[in-house]
Design a protein around this ligand. Structure first.
Ligand SMILES: NC(=O)c1ccc[n+]([C@@H]2O[C@H](COP(=O)([O-])OP(=O)(O)OC[C@H]3O[C@@H](n4cnc5c(N)ncnc54)[C@H](O)[C@@H]3O)[C@@H](O)[C@H]2O)c1
Length: 265
């Protein structure tokens, strides 16, 4: 038997990078997945490659109604929702306080926090009734930047630290019905973008940095890390029988655990 047989799951930011790797693994483990993303084009590719076991929903995680549509799609399909995975994110491309002009700092903050923090909060709110009914769980994607400096600059690092607060508070508020946990990966070569307000909407981490070299250099294990290397922790946290006692937990699998050495988001 697969580890997520008959599980009904929503994944945000599902069409690319880590989210896509989670969808691939969850469907292979028997889950029925609603893949929620703002990119229709990437969702079409995902649907064509995966087929039946995935339903796609195009929308914006900063809008409550769009999160709700994704959760309703899961309930319509399987009569329940077992796990909500908040994963969509933006990066700040290492724009430091000193080198940011005040206007882009202010508008970049609003846009980046709207995705990285408000998106998770609204997703949790939209999923809550169905998760309470199923005694399900929430898993958020955090980062080495949730614990250490240099995984970005103030906007990104503060947003990922805020994610730890969300996990702890929601785990407290939603117990005993809903478990709330997170996975903190380190750097990956993905299509991760930045806020349009900072002129970074069309900039991808993979194009902007020699990210593979950075990861290998700063990983304690000196590995060529791919998104799929991180997905086992999501399976563990989503599989109720394997992590029944875990709530308020952040699994730090970034392998950049030395403060000051972190150099990717
Ligand atoms: N790439 C890294 O080095 C790295 C390291 C640690 C943590 N992370 C985290 O991993 C998560 C996934 O990022 P990734 O690297 O796979 O990037 P990615 O850009 O490849 O994937 C993110 C997906 O989120 C979608 N998205 C962005 N804004 C959205 C919105 N408002 N509404 C709906 N969808 C939206 C994008 O279209 C994209 O498909 C993020 O939370 C990121 O902070 C990334």
């Amino acid at each position: 038997m697969a580890r997520l047989d008959n599980a009904s799951v929503v994944v945000t930011g599902a069409a690319s990078g880590l989210g896509r790797a989670v969808v691939d693994r969850f469907t292979a483990e028997g889950a029925s997945v609603v893949a929620f993303d703002r990119s229709q084009e990437k969702l079409d590719t995902l649907k064509a490659e995966i087929g039946e076991s995935v339903v796609t929903v195009v929308g914006d995680v900063t809008r409550y109604e769009d999160n709700l549509r994704a959760c309703e799609a899961a309930v319509d399909r399987r009569g329940k929702l077992d796990t909500f995975i908040g994963n969509a994110g933006l990066w700040d491309f290492n724009r430091s306080l000193a080198e940011s002009d005040p206007q882009s700092l202010a508008s970049g903050f609003d846009e980046l926090f709207a995705v990285n923090v408000k998106g998770y909060l609204l997703g949790a709110k939209a999923a809550l009734p169905a998760l309470t009914a199923s005694r399900g769980s929430i898993v958020f994607t955090l980062s080495n930047a949730s614990f250490y400096p240099r995984g970005g600059c103030p906007l990104y690092v503060a947003s990922k630290h805020a994610g730890v607060g969300l996990v702890r508070q929601l785990a407290y508020e939603l117990a005993p019905d809903v478990r709330v946990n997170a996975v903190a990966p380190g750097g990956m070569a993905t299509d991760l973008r930045g806020p349009g307000a900072m002129g970074l909407a069309d900039t991808s981490i993979e194009d902007a940095l020699p990210i593979r070299d950075v990861i290998r250099t700063f990983s304690a294990l000196q590995l060529d890390i791919r998104p799929e290397d991180y997905v086992g922790s999501y399976v563990l946290l989503a599989a109720r029988e394997e992590s029944a006692t875990a709530t308020g937990t952040v699994i730090d699998i970034s392998s950049v655990g030395t403060p000051g050495r972190s150099a990717a988001p």
